[in-house]
Design a protein. Structure first.
Length: 320
């Protein structure tokens, strides 16, 4: 039982380590996807600059329109540099968990960023109920307390054994060899029963009481740990549902922002809008795209928390 308890003490930090590694990974993926949005935003402004320059030269547009686009280009270049820095920072953090054959930290290359984040799935009440059952059966702190209870139950039985009377059966046989008195010749047999009843049993009774008190304390600790584990799973499930709902709203916002951007660009072509408003619509669309990526990454991080709370995250680990 002591060996099993020691194994559980290793499982708990392993679970925390895996959860942290997954969170760092999804931060890196999100940063890699967001840099694509920043680069696309810059490409739009740079491609438009040539057309604006020609329109200004022909007198079709006021020079301020191109000047505003140049400002947008500079702003977006700065934003791209910031996004690149975030990718590098998340790659450095991920390298703590991502290592080569020699155990040295490795920075994952940008080309290994997935082309898209996984599509989220809603969490059902049955999923949450199964996760709670799994957590109560597998969470290291709960399993460890159950094993300690088994240990203490054995200690209690041992202490109770000291209160019982002792009954010993014994038998002896002896035989003398060689010269000697005639009375010592032949074999001698002895058998008997020895019964002992301790009169002063205060020490043994005290040990029994102490063992039972420890057993009751462990039982209370186990029940509290189970309540805490149950609350952990419920909280993780709540966070997972919240991130899923956020994704749906952000995606709707992104769709509307793209429609407004296209309409504003058409108005600009017809002379009913300005480059400033077009730039503003593009920034709104990019902001919604950024938040969609972040929401998808937050969902995966919340999923890691949920799987860690239920200990099912350990099933995703493969041996090196």
């Amino acid at each position: 039982l002591g060996v099993d308890i020691a194994e559980q003490s290793v499982a708990n930090p392993r679970l925390s380590h895996l959860k942290d590694a997954l969170k760092q990974y999804w931060d890196w993926v999100a940063a890699g996807r967001q840099i694509g949005v920043a680069r696309g935003l810059l490409d739009l402004a740079e491609q438009r600059d040539t057309d604006l320059a020609a329109a200004v030269q022909l007198g079709q547009l006021a020079p301020v329109e191109r000047t505003d686009n140049v400002r947008a280009i500079l702003q977006r270049r700065s934003a791209l540099i910031t996004a690149q820095r975030v990718v590098e920072a998340t790659a450095i953090n991920l390298s703590i968990y991502y290592r080569g054959q020699d155990g040295a930290p490795m920075r994952p290359p940008a080309e290994r960023v997935p082309s898209a984040l996984p599509n989220p799935t809603p969490l059902t009440t049955d999923d949450e109920a199964r996760a709670i059952e799994t957590a109560l059966a597998r969470r290291p702190e709960v399993v460890s307390l159950r094993l300690k209870q088994q240990q203490q139950a054995l200690e209690t039985r041992l202490a109770g054994n000291a209160l019982q009377p002792t009954l010993n059966l014994f038998g002896d046989m002896s035989r003398d060899y060689g010269d000697g008195r005639a009375s010592r010749r032949g074999s001698e047999l002895e058998a008997g029963v020895l019964f002992e009843l301790p009169l002063q049993r205060r020490k043994a009774s005290g040990k029994v009481g102490q063992a039972r008190a420890k057993l009751a304390r462990l039982d209370a600790e186990r029940r509290f740990a189970e309540d805490r584990v149950r609350a952990d799973v419920q909280d993780a499930a709540s966070a997972l549902r919240a991130t899923f709902a956020t994704i749906e709203l952000v995606r709707q916002e992104l769709t509307v922002a793209r429609e407004l951007e296209a309409l504003e660009r058409d108005r600009f072509q017809l002379g009913d809008s300005t480059q400033f408003l077009v730039n503003l619509r593009e920034l709104n669309t990019a902001d919604a795209a950024f938040r969609e990526i972040k929401a998808l990454a937050d969902y995966q991080k919340a999923l890691a928390e949920f799987e860690a709370a239920s200990s099912s995250l350990l099933d995703r680990v493969t041996a090196p």
